[in-house]
Design a protein around this ligand. Structure first.
Ligand SMILES: N[C@@H](CCC(=O)N[C@@H](CS)C(=O)NCC(=O)O)C(=O)O
Length: 359
């Protein structure tokens, strides 16, 4: 009888750190505790016995209490050039029951850093290999955050224009979550953006090999992946629902009237002779009072649009209201909404707002 087919995953990753440090991240308890598990998971315990035949075991968990345990035996340890170990999931939530796979990692000096080449072999089905591939991509992002002198700014880049309101929402989320990142200037429809975003809009986010577009997806990703800073998803069902409602309102109505058809029509006119198209502006201005009425009603309950605490929705609303207030007629419209002005004064105190003010 033929042996059953097995599937192998191969990955290569460049890390800006010396080989010894990268090797130690795989073969010491402090090292494994710093990065094992995809983004959004933390290590509860890491045990290693770094000799051939010695055991390793790591327990990881996420903020909902979901726990995974993985361990195995070292097969080879050659500091700083290679390490190999078996990999077996334990426990009730085991993604691959009774199956032992093999991880082999080589570390090569390259361009002042280390090229890591990993093979993870022995998967019984391609879907198991693919599931582990997604896990390793995110886990290697955390390894990179840990070892790269720039931290997560060596892994995470935000592509956009600091003057754009949606880019500002994403930057405010990065600031609220205390996530270091690299800002890469990119205009809508530019080749850099089109390489990431199928419709050429800004912003887009790169986290290692992970590419994301749509601001609400980016904000959600940051909130799920990082336990640092402020939670952007409210705890109560009602506040979570209001948060989703206001993000949708910004995407479907408020951005369109306040920014696209008003502010941008004034700043980048599309009318005859390069003049603003007054018909477009007047129609947008006529829609804005009903939108401000709805916000005023929401802020009559407190300083945050979805409820009693800051949520992702506030990061969508604040940049467009700042844009509206910057315009003479927009500022005049806003002046008759006292609750809205009070709430804006509160969010405008936050470092995430002051630190992302376009020049
Ligand atoms: N639904 C998108 C909208 C993004 C968006 O429209 N961004 C504006 C800049 S604030 C843009 O790229 N505009 C250029 C265009 O419309 O081509 C998101 O949530 O990210």
């Amino acid at each position: 009888m033929n042996a059953p087919e097995r599937f192998t995953l191969s990955m290569t990753r460049f890390i800006r750190a010396p080989r010894e440090k990268v090797y130690d991240a795989f073969a010491t308890e402090a090292g494994l505790a710093a990065w094992m598990g995809p983004r959004g998971m933390k290590v509860r315990s890491a045990k290693v016995d770094p000799r051939v035949g010695g055991a390793w075991r790591v327990e990881i968990y996420n903020r909902d209490g979901f726990t995974l345990v993985v361990g195995g035996q070292y097969k080879q340890l050659q500091r700083p050039s290679s390490v190999a170990y078996t990999w077996k999931w334990e426990g009730e939530q085991n993604p691959m029951p009774h199956l032992e796979t093999l991880v082999e990692v080589r570390f090569t000096e390259k361009d002042g850093g280390t090229e890591l080449h990993m093979t993870h072999s022995g998967f019984p089905v391609a879907a198991a290999r693919e599931g582990h591939h997604q896990g390793w991509i995110s886990t290697f992002n955390r390894l990179n955050d840990y070892l790269d002198p720039q931290g997560s700014a060596g892994t995470i880049s935000l592509l956009g224009d600091v003057r754009s309101s949606y880019t500002r929402t994403a930057r405010m989320a990065l600031a609220e979550k205390c996530v270091a990142y690299t800002m890469q200037n990119a205009r809508p429809q530019s080749p850099d953006i089109l390489a990431l975003h199928p419709f050429g809009r800004i912003p887009a986010l790169r986290d290692g090999e992970i590419e994301l577009w749509e601001t609400s997806a980016i904000v959600n990703y940051l909130d799920e992946c990082f336990n640092t800073g402020v939670p952007l998803r409210p705890g109560s069902i009602m506040e979570r629902t209001r948060c989703a409602q206001w993000i949708s309102a910004v995407n479907c109505y408020l951005y369109d009237s306040m920014i696209r058809r008003y502010l941008l029509q004034v700043l980048f006119p599309s009318g005859a002779d390069g003049q603003p198209d007054r018909g477009v502006i007047d129609k947008a201005l006529a829609e804005i009072p009903a939108q401000l009425d709805a916000l005023e009603k929401a802020y009559s309950r407190g300083d945050y649009v979805a409820g009693s605490v800051l949520s992702a929705a506030d990061l969508f609303v604040a940049p467009i209201l700042a844009g509206l207030q910057f315009m003479p007629e927009g500022g005049q419209l806003m002046a008759s909404y006292p609750n809205l002005l009070r709430a804006q004064a509160v969010i405008r105190q936050r470092p995430s707002f002051t630190g992302t003010q376009p020049q």
